[in-house]
Design a protein around this ligand. Structure first.
Ligand SMILES: Cc1ncc(COP(=O)(O)O)c(C=O)c1O
Length: 440
């Protein structure tokens, strides 16, 4: 980045600092990953200069012959990888992609979306009242069972009585396999469209370690930057089943993306998606996906030895959701202390959480990024022990009830954590470990 260093040393320094941070910590936020250098090169290419509203061979601007080839290549690779007949690779990210899907099928303020409740691991865009999805459409939410699992009988019951036009399956914080076949049967029974939001698990599906929704869903949406390990972005796919149900579904999606919701696509992002899809089609990626799950399972097994209370008792995929109620530590406190120690996770609500979303009772952690660095089961044993030590250091640190007492608590707690010798010692050990596992 010699050009940037000369022309804007301030931004250059900030990027360098972030690079060092990413190198020296264990990135364990399950929605994050490290892209390859090839993906970054495509993202930083001259394609960022181009405007190309429309679709291949149907553009509103001149000069798009090459961009057409880039977009077509991304489409073809996605279709092959996910086994679908149609894909739109233009959505800027996952949230706009979901908005575009709703726009293509639903009448605002009239039709109903049914999705997993935000408090139980659904995404904001699955009908949460604070998001456009809850503000502009009717919604009904399903929750998890007392064991932290999807309850398909209950979901069917709700769908029968509420008659949603679209059922969303997929989550941001669900550690188990999703039974897409059952969701497909439910959607068929109530004559709803089934949208599988596979943002979190797309890479696992490609690697064959999570079943694919392609035979059962009408529409599949995925972000491209999580387990799929591409640039930030998203894709909307229509399945054979979706096209049988509505022969115009693909055109409706295209129109909703452009001109319905977006203007010019980010062609540099499209090229980077194409690169990531090519990488994901390689045998090494299969091994990567398998290792992501092996690592998550190994980590869960170790955490169990320290009596951590995991939602659903463990994991089948890339993520673990820990309920810290029994450890008497608030999730926000735990996430802060873990970061001081060099382990980056996120605070997260757990099913039936009694705490507000900013101070939830749990943390969510995952293995996609550390697996990209080459870490295996042996490292998971160490990580579980570090997590246990950190949480023992902050045992009993609960967040006070009122706003005023909370800010005083945080001031004291932050200083205490940053001066805690055991946390700092772990941060040093992690810095040493991470040097053996370079970023791509
Ligand atoms: C299941 C799911 N859908 C959609 C999104 C939204 O993606 P983005 O953050 O790119 O808008 C996310 C992001 O976390 C997600 O987990």
């Amino acid at each position: 980045m010699s050009q940037l260093k000369n022309s804007d040393p301030q931004v250059f320094e900030l990027i360098k600092e972030e690079e060092i941070r990413q190198k020296e910590v264990l990135e364990m936020i399950p929605s994050e990953n490290y892209t390859s250098a090839a993906v970054m090169e495509a993202l930083g290419s001259v394609l960022t200069n181009k405007y190309s509203e429309g679709y291949p061979k149907k553009r509103y601007y001149q000069g798009n012959k090459i961009v057409d080839s880039v977009e077509t290549l991304a489409q073809e690779r996605a279709k092959k990888l996910f086994g679908v007949p149609y894909v739109n690779v233009q959505p800027y990210s996952g949230s706009p992609a979901n908005a575009e899907i709703y726009m293509s099928l639903l009448e605002p303020l009239k039709d109903k979306i049914m999705g997993l409740s935000l408090a139980f691991g659904g995404h904001l865009t699955h009908g949460a009242p604070v998001s456009f999805s809850g503000k502009y459409f009717k919604t009904v939410a399903y929750e998890l069972s007392e064991h932290g699992l999807l309850d398909y009988d209950k979901i069917f019951e709700i769908a029968k009585s509420e008659r949603p036009k679209i059922i969303v399956c997929g989550a941001t914080a669900y550690p188990r396999i999703i039974d897409f076949k059952k969701f497909g049967e439910i959607a068929d029974e109530v004559e709803a469209f089934l949208l599988a939001d596979i943002s979190h698990i797309a890479g696992l599906i490609v690697a064959g370690v999570h079943p694919s929704p392609a035979p059962y869903a009408d529409i599949i949406m995925t972000t491209t930057h999580k387990t799929l390990r591409g640039p930030r972005g998203a894709m909307i796919m229509v399945t054979e089943k979706g096209l049988l149900e509505d022969t115009e579904l693909a055109e409706k999606i295209d129109k909703a993306v452009f001109p319905g919701f977006q203007g010019g696509p980010h062609d540099n992002q499209t090229a980077a998606i194409a690169v990531a899809l090519e990488e994901a089609g390689k045998p090494e990626f299969q091994k990567y996906g398998q290792q992501v799950v092996k690592n998550a399972k190994a980590l869960a097994l170790e955490l169990k030895k320290f009596d951590f209370d995991m939602v659903s008792g463990g994991t089948d995929n890339h993520l673990i959701l820990i309920d810290l109620g029994s450890k008497k530590v608030n999730g926000a406190v735990a996430a802060y202390a873990l970061e001081v120690a060099g382990i980056v996770v996120n605070k997260n609500a757990v099913p039936n959480d009694t705490m507000p979303p900013f101070y939830p009772s749990g943390i969510r952690l995952g293995t996609p990024a550390i697996t990209t660095r080459g870490m295996k089961e042996r490292e998971m044993v160490k990580i579980a022990a570090w997590i246990n030590t950190v949480l023992n250091e902050v045992h009993g640190e609960q967040v006070p009830d009122t706003k005023e007492t909370r800010s005083a608590f945080w001031k004291i707690f932050r200083t205490k954590a940053k001066e805690n010798e055991n946390l700092l010692k772990i941060a040093g050990e992690i810095k040493e470990l991470t040097q053996k596992f370079p970023l791509p």
